[in-house]
Ligand binder design. Structure first.
Ligand code: PEP
Ligand code: MG
Length: 604
């Protein structure tokens, strides 16, 4: 396919050079187009540029100007906060004072200037190098307070970086031509802006199969490759790029003949995609008549059309956190009601399962929030955050409950790890219901309440939790992250993302048994549900509800229609006795290939 290419991982920005990169293909499709590198002042896109002798003084001035600009921005913020007499404002004042002091820090300022001068480095790279030294130093200090201050340094460096880049972050909305976006990482705020934008595809240095970027790419049907490690160093704006979202191949500055090959592959892919539409109006039913419900995962309102077009029989997971993005402040109760009511009406008579806020982990509202916690994935995210701010939580619960007056709605709590946490969430829900009754506001009194099973502790006590809820939904993305101890965003451990790991299969089986024994409904809404080979195992284990992005629905439906429940059961039983993910995978793939062949890959 890509013969004749100069295979190199060079990080040099030589426009003529053909560069082949391999990452993790997370959203299928082929795109050929021009790159647009998102220039973020932040640490993530600081590249090394050697500067000429005569440019050194200028570079030092540029750095000092950025320090000055940062200082005056902080002063402005300080003045604004001083006007607010609230105690929270006072707390922030001392942080700002500390940040202003850091701007004068000897190591930060002196060492950066010294690196610019002696190392002939651009200011960004020099600052990045010094930041690394400071962080190393802090990490050796045996003092928790000082260790935490290291994140303050990161914030201040980020601010200086932004000012070095001209004082503003470039965003998705600034892209004027249809382009392939290249970035170190993208925040949910970025990806949420990709609807109706000029983004044809995106490529990131970091990320893996289940990072939020991957999920959004699939949701928006934008071909994407993540975990490329050096993509921001290998591509400059304007480069011609080929993206293969299936194989994870990225070819920079391809020759005409390679473009030709990919144009043909692109056409074939389109044909295959179109052929899958045949399954849209057919039921997801096995050859021996077992009926499965294919539900949709939804992030933003714009997805509803595509989910319906692909035959979604309800929304199994509405990731409500996207309502909190790209806006000032939190959504009001009325905004919550309007957002959910819209989806409920569009999906009627089917059910919409709204998951309460799951911010944190790799889904943060603002990039600077990430550094606030040492281990964000294990930190104050999801239900933990909601329970820590009950007033905010109540606003959302009121919104969901009120929307239930307009159609079938379910409430789902994310990241439940134990029974007390669940009871707390339920008691707040009861308080909210009582308030609404008092106010004579309508809602569904029989609204079902369920939880995500995505933390291993919850999976292990599924039999206990099942007695407290109406339904479970297995969140395999986090379940894998926490069970296998692999950061779902970290490309360096992405190879350990093994959905067929015997531990995962056993945990899932345990949850399935608990749900069945307690007679509650069960679905899967993690990315595994949307992969035919994984969905086959769920089918065999007896699951009847699978929730996934629009782009996965027809592939899964096709698989379901190709096998019998009896065969799926036999396969699931067999894999539970196998010893490694590899053994399971080869067994499942070989069994699946007997049922049908993937037409696209067969002709690729
Ligand atoms: C999951 O963890 O599997 C899941 C569906 O939730 P999210 O990807 O939003 O964390
Ligand atoms: Mg999750």
């Amino acid at each position: 396919m890509i013969e004749g290419l100069t295979k190199t991982m060079s990080s040099k920005k030589n426009k003529k050079e053909v560069v082949l990169l391999r990452g993790i293909g997370v959203s299928s499709g082929i795109v050929i187009g021009r790159a647009h590198v998102l220039s973020r002042g932040g640490k993530e896109v600081a590249n090394l540029c050697h500067i000429r002798d005569e440019a050194v003084d200028n570079e030092v001035v540029r750095f000092k100007d950025a320090l000055k600009a940062s200082r005056s921005q902080l002063l402005k913020i300080k003045k604004k906060l001083q006007k607010e007499s609230v105690s929270k404002g006072k707390e922030h004042l001392s942080i700002i004072d500390a940040h202003m002091l850091m701007l004068k820090d000897q190591m930060l300022v002196h060492d950066t200037i010294s690196l610019i001068k002696k190392g002939r480095m651009n200011a960004e790279w020099a600052l990045k190098t010094v930041l690394k030294d400071i962080k190393d130093l802090f990490s050796k200090v045996d003092d928790e307070y000082l260790k935490e201050r290291s994140s303050d340094i990161e914030h201040i460096v980020e601010r200086v970086m932004v000012n070095l880049s001209g004082g503003h972050d470039s965003g998705i909305g600034d892209i004027k031509e249809p382009s392939i976006v290249v970035a170190h990482d993208l925040s949910p705020t970025d990806t949420a802006q990709m609807v109706k934008s000029n983004v044809l595809s995106f490529l990131t240095d970091i990320g893996a199969k289940t990072s939020h970027t991957a999920i959004m790419a699939k949701a928006l049907e934008i071909p994407a490759v993540v975990g490329l490690e050096v993509v921001t160093e290998s591509i400059v704006t304007g480069d011609m790029v080929i993206v293969d979202g299936m194989t994870g191949a990225v070819i920079v500055n391809p020759s005409e003949s390679v473009i030709d090959v990919y144009e043909k592959r692109k056409k074939r892919y389109r044909k295959y995609d179109k052929a899958l539409l045949h399954y849209r109006d057919l039921p997801a039913e096995t050859t021996d008549g077992r009926r499965i419900k294919i539900l949709g995962n939804m992030e933003i309102a714009e997805e509803i059309g595509s989910l319906r077009d692909h035959g979604a029989e309800g929304i199994g997971l509405y990731r409500s956190e996207f309502l909190y993005l790209n806006r000032n402040g939190y959504p009001t109760e009325e905004e919550h009601v309007a957002a959910y009511r819209h989806v409920v009406k569009k999906m009627a008579p089917n059910t919409v399962t709204v998951r309460t806020l799951d911010i944190g982990g790799d889904k943060f509202l603002d990039p600077s929030d990430v550094a606030d916690e040492t281990n964000p994935a294990l930190g104050l995210r999801a239900i933990r955050l909601s329970l820590s701010q009950p007033e905010l939580f109540k606003v959302q619960l009121r919104g969901i409950l009120r929307a239930s007056a307009y159609g079938k709605v379910k409430i789902m709590f994310p990241m439940i790890s134990g029974v007390d946490e669940l009871r707390k969430a339920k008691s707040i829900l009861e308080e909210v219901k009582a308030e609404l009754r008092k106010e004579r506001k309508k809602f569904d009194e029989d609204i079902e309440v369920g939880i995500m099973i995505e933390v291993p502790s919850a999976a292990l006590i599924a039999d206990i939790l099942a007695k407290e809820v109406d339904f479970f939904s297995i969140g395999t993305n986090d379940l894998l992250q926490y069970s296998l101890a692999i950061d779902r965003v970290n490309e360096h451990v992405a190879y350990l993302y093994e959905p067929f790991h015997p531990a995962i299969l056993r945990i899932i089986k345990h949850v399935v048994d608990a749900a069945r024994d307690n007679n509650i409904s069960l679905s899967v809404c993690g990315e595994m549900a949307g992969e035919p080979e994984h969905a086959l195992i769920f089918l065999g284990l007896g699951l009847e509800r699978l929730s996934m992005s629009a782009s996965s629905m027809l592939k899964v439906k096709r698989m379901v229609r190709s096998v019998s429940y009896g065969e799926a059961k036999e396969i699931s039983e067999k894999v539970l006795g196998l010893e490694s993910a590899r053994d399971v995978e080869s067994y499942v793939v070989s069994r699946l290939s007997a049922f049908y062949t993937d037409e696209f890959e067969a002709h690729a």
